[in-house]
Design a protein around this ligand. Structure first.
Ligand code: RBF
Length: 160
């Protein structure tokens, strides 16, 4: 979660390697779609601003954040991408089994990261309130989708 000090959309473009020629998969959850669409669109925009071609970005949706594990797994195993970004939003106040979903997604995506050879970027917003999610999806604290795109670009440049 972003701290009050850190805007998720701020980065130094001179420190980011070009994404030209890179292929990126984005899987996003439909649950809390007002938030996840903004995250998805932020990620797409930032990837394109840093050289990734529109045709080299593949988008897939899944019903809820728990399904991000399977969706990301399928993208990774396809061998078509240099990085996969998984995007979802779980809000504690709205979700009785908040902890189960968050822990499940975290464990599932972590497992992909240590099993396969491309980075899977953790774009799950986990907040106490809808307002906190709004602040991190294009509001006061920037857009975590931007941060995910920058992270994917850094990881691809560093390791592939
Ligand atoms: N998915 C989310 O992405 N965010 C949520 O906040 C969320 N809350 C849920 C609350 C309940 C009570 C249930 C049953 C599901 C919720 N899901 C949520 C959906 C979940 O990630 C998954 O799609 C379903 O549990 C089906 O596997």
């Amino acid at each position: 979660m972003a701290t009050e000090m850190h805007n998720l959309s701020q980065y130094d473009p001179t420190k980011i390697a070009s994404g030209e020629g890179r292929k990126v998969g984005i899987v996003y959850a439909e649950w809390n779609s007002d938030i996840t669409y903004a995250l998805r669109d932020g990620a797409i925009k930032t990837l394109q601003e840093n050289g990734v071609k529109a045709d080299d970005i593949t988008i897939a949706s899944v019903p809820g954040s728990f399904e991000l594990i399977f969706g990301a797994s399928q993208m990774v195993k396809s061998g078509k991408y240099d990085a996969v970004i998984a995007i979802g939003c779980v809000i504690r106040g709205d979700t009785p089994h908040f902890d189960y979903i968050c822990e499940g997604v975290t464990a599932g995506l972590s497992q992909l990261n240590v099993t396969y050879d491309i980075p899977v970027i953790f774009g799950l917003i986990t907040t106490n309130t809808l307002l906190q999610a709004q602040e991190r999806s294009g509001g006061r604290l920037g857009n975590k989708g931007d941060e995910c795109a920058v992270t994917a670009l850094q990881m691809m440049a560093q390791f592939k």
